[in-house]
Design a protein around this ligand. Structure first.
Ligand code: IMP
Length: 415
């Protein structure tokens, strides 16, 4: 069956954009199924960096972009990214589910207000209005894309939202115009996707954020407002679990996190700074520096378990080059108990003492040397880099089939 899901296994920013682009090359459709413009997925083509916040990054390959019901849509971003695709010669418009929710100006304002109220314990949101848009949806007053095409329904929703929040929703005339412009693409996406899957068409479901930011399975309350794990594909797209044949977990060679929240393997100073600079670990959406740390096997085991991951795509291996030794957190000690698989419960993680193993690193390589490796394949990788990958495969019990060794498309090896 031709449905493939891509899921982040850490706190987002694992490099899902590049992996989605690679896997979408022979796909018919690529679908964003949760979140909104808080995501920042990057594809690098011929040294040109293309950033997607709202459309799936896989659409840079020419696969038809889709935006499913469970997303919160920023229409201005959609329009900008249609232009971005045009600039690389792809003339397409996304199919958008009638049921997708709309992020309104009031939601961004509410994001600011909530962070101010939390002042001592801010979440560090992207301020893209994600949480407020999802909470209005849960309150059954959220504006759906089809409401923008129905004056009466829209006015009714606006009244409810303004009455509740005691704030104006903001100017949304522009959104109505954009929805009218995209009118022909607004559809019953669920039926379309199921039909196409039944015909054998390949569809990529591109996850945003990562498992540890899932509102139910993540480090609550320091999470995003949607489900980022595999179940969201089914609930958001109306596609049953049996239609997904492969679940691909994407993980980075080390761990990063943007915003607040517990991070057991965090590196403060020294090596953390080196990795941040080398890996250009600054938020795609907000530009904030990302917190950096070693790989965390107990949390990765949890992510693999809750998503039923079949295989792993591994990114940014090249960034670890030049380190004398690389640490991997094998397990935690929590109040004297050994934890091998960790549920992302904040209170437990705050007490977790990581138990590390040390592996030897490998020397720095030039970009040209990495490029040659990408041509020659797995065998050409530095011996200690192969040991690092194989150790992780063994610890996680899943094959690592694709290894990214540079931001650009083409800089990867299959295993
Ligand atoms: P929100 O999704 O903007 O509400 O932010 C909630 C938390 O999720 C914050 O810690 C953000 O930094 C984080 N977050 C949201 N989207 C992403 C992402 O795409 N990558 C990494 N972190 C994210």
């Amino acid at each position: 069956m031709p449905g493939l899901a891509i899921i982040g296994l850490q706190w987002g920013d694992e490099g899902k954009g590049k992996i989605s682009y690679l896997l979408s090359k022979d796909a018919e459709y690529v679908v964003r199924f949760q979140g909104g413009a808080n995501a920042g997925h990057t594809v690098v083509l011929d040294d040109r960096e293309l950033r997607f916040n709202m459309l799936p990054a896989g659409s840079a390959s020419g696969a038809k972009p889709c935006i499913a019901s469970g997303t919160v849509v920023d229409l201005n971003e959609v329009i900008e990214e249609i232009e971005l695709l045009k600039s690389i010669g792809i003339n397409t418009e996304p199919l958008i589910s009638k049921n997708a929710s709309i992020v309104l100006p009031i939601h961004k304002k509410l994001d600011d207000i909530i962070e101010e109220i939390r002042s001592r314990e801010p979440i560090g949101t992207t301020r893209r209005g994600i949480g407020p848009a999802y909470s209005d949806k849960a309150l059954r007053i959220g504006v759906k894309i089809e409401d923008l095409l129905d004056y009466e329904s829209l006015q009714n929703k606006i009244r409810l939202i303004e009455d509740l929040h005691k704030l104006p929703v903001g100017d949304i005339k522009e959104y109505v115009k954009l929805a009218e412009k995209l009118y022909v693409n607004i559809c019953d996406l669920e039926i379309r996707l199921n039909d196409e899957l039944d015909k054998g068409k390949k569809i990529i479901f591109e996850g945003a954020q990562g498992t540890l930011l899932d509102i139910d399975q993540g480090t609550y309350p320091y999470v995003t407002s949607s489900n980022t794990t595999i179940g969201a594909v089914f609930t958001s797209c109306g596609v049953g679990p049996k239609k997904i044949s492969e679940i691909i977990g994407v993980m980075k060679a080390y761990t990063t996190r943007v915003g607040a929240g517990v991070f057991p393997t965090e590196l403060k100073g020294g090596e953390g700074e080196i990795l941040r600079e080398k890996g250009r670990e600054y938020g795609t959406t907000t530009g904030r520096p990302r917190r950096v740390g070693w790989l965390d096997i107990p949390l990765l085991r949890y992510s693999i378990m809750v998503n039923s991951v079949d295989w792993i795509a591994f990114t940014k291996l090249d960034v670890l080059s030049g380190l004398k030794r690389i640490k991997i957190c094998l397990e935690y000690d929590v109040d004297g108990e050994t934890i091998k698989i960790a549920s992302p419960n904040v209170r437990t993680l705050e007490k977790a003492k990581p138990i590390y193993t040390h592996l030897d690193g490998w020397p720095n390589l030039t970009r040209e040397e990495w490029r040659k490796i990408s041509v020659k394949g797995w065998d050409a990788l530095p011996e200690n880099a192969k040991i690092y990958i194989e150790t992780i495969e063994e610890l996680l019990g899943r094959p690592i089939k694709l290894i990214s060794i540079g931001a650009s498309s083409g800089m990867e090896v299959a295993k």
